[in-house]
Write a protein that binds this ligand. Structure first.
Ligand code: AMP
Ligand code: MG
Length: 332
């Protein structure tokens, strides 16, 4: 319920429509989260077709559904996948490469060891995570057309990229069917189509990672995706009093704790935003800034555990009054 409220509250902008007819809306549950689709000059039927695209992606790439293509790959050590799943895997692998393995789709056995796939949370020993890390290395995945081969003991998980990819695909479908203004909220992964009907930008709120009753700030975007990775999305507190979250550092096999507590990425391609938000969270602020300087085709807002928000200069970012973070805009 808490999660539902947060997601509902995330979007500030849906009601401001500058006199246009009300948008069509559709809310549904997929990929473990509540999704809200909204589009102007669209029918509810069209939104239902866009929802089915998301459902279909979930059906193919879920790690836990025994009928999914990824489940079969993990069980059998490889196999043939649909062209759509091969394309998503290809995108994910290119993000693994470009981030130098901060994003790594083969992290799945580690995620499972911490209990995040079953909600039976536990803190594995260093020996256990070290042993599991032997099987983590995206570079050893072989893809040839639609045929995928995983080395012994490896299992993959597209959970760090699937929602952003689904948003991108759903938006592309709606655009093909004439939608020029819409907002798709896939549980904190926001994908916009065009701008608001009155021509102004969509305003997307970023949660305060330290306080789920507040926003930290608002970004203005048009026809882009904004995707946030935060430890607050999924975590548990262990007997040792420590909080452990679902974003793993492939270098250690333990939850990534490199100073970034929320990473938002804004770019045209939602799949890229999703993989990158996970990767920048893992990298920490310094490496993330370096990465951005080498790949300046996206914007980001990173909240650090020492109270800063690092914002790239291309981003229209509006801090929320009273929130205790110092905004630092990176130099171009
Ligand atoms: P996100 O919420 O997009 O940051 O993705 C987090 C999800 O991606 C987790 O629930 C895991 O399933 C998976 N994951 C965790 N750590 C990584 C990582 N370093 N690289 C790729 N996927 C990850
Ligand atoms: Mg992600």
């Amino acid at each position: 319920m808490k999660r539902l409220c947060v997601i509902c509250a995330l979007i500030l902008s849906l009601t401001a429509c500058g006199g246009s007819a009300a948008p069509a809306k559709l809310d549904f549950f997929a990929m473990d989260t509540v999704m809200e689709f909204s589009a102007y000059k669209a029918s509810e039927n069209l939104l239902a077709e866009a929802r089915d695209i998301v459902m279909d992606i979930e059906r193919r790439v879920s790690t836990t559904r025994e009928t999914s293509e990824i489940y079969a790959l993990n069980r059998d050590g490889g196999g043939t996948v649909s062209p759509e799943t091969a394309a998503l895997l290809d995108t994910a692998l290119s993000m693994c490469r470009v981030t130098g393995g901060a994003f790594d789709v083969s992290i799945y056995p580690v995620v499972r060891a911490w209990g995040f796939t079953t909600d039976e949370y536990r803190v594995p020993s260093y020996d256990e995570t070290a042993a599991l890390l032997e099987h983590v290395d995206y570079a050893r995945i072989r893809v040839s057309g639609d045929a995928v081969t995983l080395p012994d003991g490896m299992e993959i998980d597209l959970g760090g990229v699937a929602k952003g990819y689904a948003g991108r695909e759903a938006a592309a479908y709606l655009r093909r069917h004439g939608v020029t203004s819409g907002l798709l909220n896939l549980g904190g992964n926001v994908q916009t189509i065009g701008s608001k009907p009155d021509g102004t930008a969509w305003r997307v709120a970023i949660r305060d990672p330290n306080d789920d009753t507040h926003y930290a700030g608002i970004v203005e975007i048009r026809d882009k995706a904004a995707v946030t990775s935060g430890g607050y999305e999924r975590y548990f507190t262990a007997d040792d009093g420590q909080t452990y979250w679902h974003i793993m550092d492939p270098a250690t096999g333990r939850p990534a704790r490199n100073g970034v507590i929320s990473a938002t990425v804004i770019a045209d391609d939602g799949a890229l935003c999703d993989a990158l938000s996970t990767a920048l969270f893992v990298m920490g602020a310094e490496k993330a800034e370096r990465f951005w300087r080498n790949h300046p085709d996206f914007d980001m807002a990173l909240i650090t555990d020492d109270g800063e928000i690092l914002v790239t200069p291309g981003l229209t970012y509006e801090p929320v009054e009273g929130v205790p973070y110092a905004v630092r805009t990176l130099e171009a």
